[in-house]
Ligand binder design. Structure first.
Ligand code: AP5
Length: 212
């Protein structure tokens, strides 16, 4: 499954839930890139600057990361891609990769959320840098303030959740990623899901849509 949707739509939240239920890996290019950024290597520093500016890393970097991850044993029985593909070039590369490995067609889930709600969600988000979990101060607080429910790690505000960077990310989504909705619709692989409501309600909608 692929999750498509603007920043704050709930891709990570939904992917984490479903990966747990279906026992398949959640593959988040955002998490992988944040990990690379934290490494402090020369490439990591370049990635950190790109993320902080709200820009996309090159298709080459994103595709290489995903290809390596999909080749791992735990992705053989299925996977959830969260944040990839993000450009038509990445989608074409993914098509090639799946065809070469004789994999089944994707389910592509476009999560739809109005802009004001996206901004409110990103403004209140707290994230776990260790395992990538996402919380919200208002509507999805952690059990212990400031601590991740899953690993107990300290929760942080993401560098790219500042209002001016959020604006940039929304623009880039519209320009570079939204065209993928039509791309997958033409292929007959697209499901649309209303992303408003409690996360568990959204999960149920997604399951009904694919199993339906
Ligand atoms: P990435 O980490 O993928 O960020 P994003 O796509 O901007 O998405 P977000 O993580 O902000 O939001 P989300 O939709 O996952 O929502 P979440 O579940 O967290 O990428 C970061 C950066 O990496 C990119 O900007 C780019 O630079 C780079 N990058 C990544 N992939 C790339 C690629 N393929 N190519 C090139 N560059 C790439 O939820 C958000 C908040 O809302 C949370 O607080 C959550 O608790 C809350 N929430 C979730 N669901 C609900 C709900 N139903 N109701 C109320 N609140 C909710």
């Amino acid at each position: 499954m692929v999750f498509l949707g603007p920043p704050g739509a709930g891709k990570g939240t939904q992917a984490q839930q479903l990966a747990g239920r279906w026992r398949i890996p959640q593959i988040s290019t955002g998490d992988m890139l944040r990990e690379a950024a934290r490494s402090g290597s020369p490439l990591g520093r370049q990635v950190a600057a790109t993320l902080e500016a709200g820009q996309l890393v090159s298709d080459e970097i994103a595709v290489t990361l995903v290809e390596e991850r999909l080749n791992r044993e735990d992705a053989r029985g299925g996977f959830i891609l969260d944040g990839f593909p993000r450009t038509v070039g990445q989608a074409a590369a993914l098509d090639g990769l799946l065809a070469r490995h004789g994999r089944e067609p994707l389910n592509v889930m476009a999560i739809e959320v109005p802009r004001e709600e996206l901004i409110a969600r990103l403004g209140g988000r707290r994230s776990c840098p260790r395992d990538g979990s996402s919380y919200h101060l208002g509507n999805h607080p952690p059990r212990v303030a400031g601590r991740c429910d899953l690993c107990g790690g300290e929760l942080m505000v993401r560098n790219d959740d500042r209002p001016e960077t959020v604006e940039k990310r929304l623009q880039i989504y519209q320009q570079q990623t939204e065209p993928l909705i039509a791309y997958y619709q033409r292929k007959g692989l697209l499901h649309r899901v209303d992303g408003l409501g409690a996360p568990l309600q959204v999960v149920e909608r997604i399951i009904r849509s694919v199993e339906g």
